[in-house]
Design a protein around this ligand. Structure first.
Ligand SMILES: *Cc1c(COP(=O)(O)O)cnc(C)c1O
Length: 344
């Protein structure tokens, strides 16, 4: 289904999938990347023995295009997504797409679907989903010879429909998402498969999502399912360092912004008892930028950590969120060179 562009309410549009006009594809065959192809089909023709279907040769990315106050459409740190997809490809032995190919495909797919880029003023954006999959048939365990890099887009409403609101989180005690030296540091679908059960159980109990501890010692905070974690202590931004965290571009950028605003940044192991010492805690990622947390429950230790007044985000999360999104929507100067304009 497509959104009806005449009647759509950009503010209430969910973070879901809607059809757009085109997607772009590029095949890797005989040791080289081909030309960028434009398609209006939602389907992929794929061999039933393709490695992505059997041995998890699949990696993906997520980024957004934003209509600015000046009407220009910007994308955010596309090089970082391209480099992260290269790391993902390297880790699971897929063909590595060049940064320039990745960037050109992002610009092309946004341009082709420009009528679906939400207008300025609603907090809505065009979500861009690149994916890389192993295409050729193998039954023995080994990497494919052929790959497909494709990108589609879908318009999404603001993550917070009625303002920036804190959520409740649960520590995942029964499931790990990723192991040290496993694939936690790369963006593969398999990590998400490993997280679905924990997420479903947390949702059933009324929590927004789960926080994972390090899989080896179960002592340190790792990250949330699809988002990194940070805590605020005085004028310090603290975020976990671990061998199984996916390096969030939002987290990296928030650390730069926090330093720019006069905060100290600490990237180190964060023992979960330290949850009691933060004035604010939050998740961060492209979808919501910052999701402040008002309560974290540890069902095994029978502990609860609460933040703020239980209703409103704390002052530091609010400041970071406001300044960060102002750069994305072209309302404030971009002192870091994070954004680039798409030539529509
Ligand atoms: C994508 C992702 C994030 C967020 O990364 P951003 O680049 O900030 O969107 C965090 N954790 C995991 C596990 C992810 O897959």
């Amino acid at each position: 289904m497509q959104v009806d562009l005449n009647t759509v309410d950009w503010k209430t549009l969910p973070f879901g999938y809607y059809d757009t006009d085109y997607n772009v594809r590029c095949y890797y065959r005989n040791g080289e990347w081909g030309k960028i192809e434009v398609s209006s089909s939602k389907d992929i023709s794929i061999h039933m023995a393709a490695t992505c279907l059997h041995y998890g040769q699949e990696g993906f990315e997520g980024l957004k295009a934003y209509t600015g106050k000046d009407g220009k459409v910007r994308i955010f740190r596309v090089d970082e997504n391209a480099k992260r997809m290269q790391n993902t490809a390297n880790r699971i032995l897929m063909a590595v797409p060049p940064v320039e190919l990745f960037r050109e495909m992002v610009h092309t797919v946004v341009k082709l679907n420009k009528r679906f880029v939400p207008p300025y003023g609603y907090g809505a954006t065009l979500y861009i989903r690149p994916l890389l999959i192993g295409m050729s048939p193998e039954v023995g365990v080994k990497p494919a010879d052929e790959y497909l890099l494709m990108m589609f887009v879908t318009p999404v409403g603001p993550y917070f429909k009625d303002g920036f609101k804190p959520v409740d989180m649960m520590i995942s005690r029964n499931y790990d998402r990723a192991a040290p030296q496993g694939t936690g540091t790369v963006k593969v679908g398999g990590n998400y498969a490993a997280s679905l059960q924990s997420l479903a159980e947390a949702k059933k109990l009324g929590y927004s999502s789960t926080i994972y501890l390090d899989a080896k010692e179960k002592k340190y905070i790792d990250e949330c399912g699809p988002a990194n974690f940070f805590g605020i202590k005085g004028k310090t931004y603290v975020t976990p360092k671990s061998e199984s965290i996916l390096p969030s571009i939002t987290n990296k950028s928030l650390q730069q912004l926090a330093e720019y605003l006069g905060y100290t940044v600490e990237r180190r192991q964060v023992p979960f008892e330290e949850l009691a010492e933060f004035s604010e805690t939050a998740e961060c990622g492209t979808a919501a930028v910052i999701t402040p947390i008002k309560k974290i429950v540890d069902p095994v230790a029978g502990k609860e950590f609460t933040y703020g007044d239980g209703k409103n985000p704390g002052p530091v999360c609010t400041e970071l969120f406001t300044k960060y999104t102002a750069i994305q929507f072209g309302e404030a100067e971009d002192p870091f060179g994070w954004t680039e304009v798409v030539d529509l």
